[in-house]
Design a protein around this ligand. Sequence first.
Ligand SMILES: Nc1ncnc2c1ncn2[C@@H]1O[C@H](COP(=O)(O)OP(=O)(O)OP(=O)(O)O)[C@@H](O)[C@H]1O
Ligand SMILES: [Mg+2]
Length: 327
Amino acid sequence: MKTYDVIGLGNALMDLLVEVDDNKLLEFNLAKGEMHLVEEDQAKLLLEKINQHQLKIEKVPGGSAANTLKCISFLGGKSILCGKVGTDEHGEIYIQEIQKNGVSTKINTHPSITGHALTFITPDSERTFSVHLGAAIQLAKEDVLEEDIQKSKVLHLEGYQIEGPTKETILHAIELAKKHNTLVSIDLADPGLIRRNKEFLKDLVMNHADIVFVNETEAKEFTGLEPEEAVQELANHVKIAIVKIGKEGSLICKDGIVNFIEPFLTEAIDTTGAGDSYAAGFLYGFCNDWDLEKAGKLGSLLASKVVERIGVNLKDLNSEQLKQEVN
Ligand SMILES: Nc1ncnc2c1ncn2[C@@H]1O[C@H](COP(=O)(O)OP(=O)(O)OP(=O)(O)O)[C@@H](O)[C@H]1O
Ligand SMILES: [Mg+2]
């Protein structure tokens, strides 16, 4: 009956990585180190400028939930992504590449441009983002198929989609999950998002979520508590609560019992995707009936490998070896 481990709903964003010097950032009017959310005109203008300067763009399909699914498939799990791209070249590449990573797709198109996260990397390794959500936020109820949710053990959501037009889509997907005994997992994603939507998220987490992922800052914003108390407070309302504390490790709580998961110490080069890959390791283990500690350890190990590289890059990693290592 449950042929998929995890179905994910997420903003399908093409990650566009560009190496630049500080002068280019000035020319592009981007404050260094910040995340700029831009409209279509501005996004197109920026892409034109990059072309004019003949800067090299590395294109990798991204988005938080999509990254998690990519990692679950890498580990040998079965995952399916429900998202929306534009009717353009990036849309085609997005679908092709995500499928190459072993993720099944239910990705429809919308006549606008594919969402992207332009990431400018300066020589000091700092990152400056210009994000245009484009077609991603057009993901509608009709794009979510009941049978796909029915066939999945877990529905994984990213907090980003609870703002804007995708909010209704998320609520619809949750309703379908409840109907078919599919567990609801959500990563709350960002402290600002929690601040802006606290009442809504409290209701969502307390009444509809089964598994909730937050980092330390998000936990503080959501509960007002430090990690250890926060994870217990959250677990009073959900089956499994997880608070991640970066290189200090993570806490997993179920039925009032808190497990501390050790970090795998390493030299972090780029922490993009730490949370997404951690969720993947945990959910893979959870779907295979591993105990919580072992599932958390796999999340922690995979995340440590991802932060050693630029972007969510799984090349040359051996999933069987990683699974052995947490045994
Ligand atoms: N520098 C690091 N070294 C080793 N492991 C790390 C490091 N940073 C993060 N991790 C691992 O990744 C997990 C999740 O990281 P973090 O707490 O930063 O989550 P997050 O804030 O949700 O991440 P993201 O920035 O991707 O949203 C940690 O619990 C830890 O296991
Ligand atoms: Mg995170």
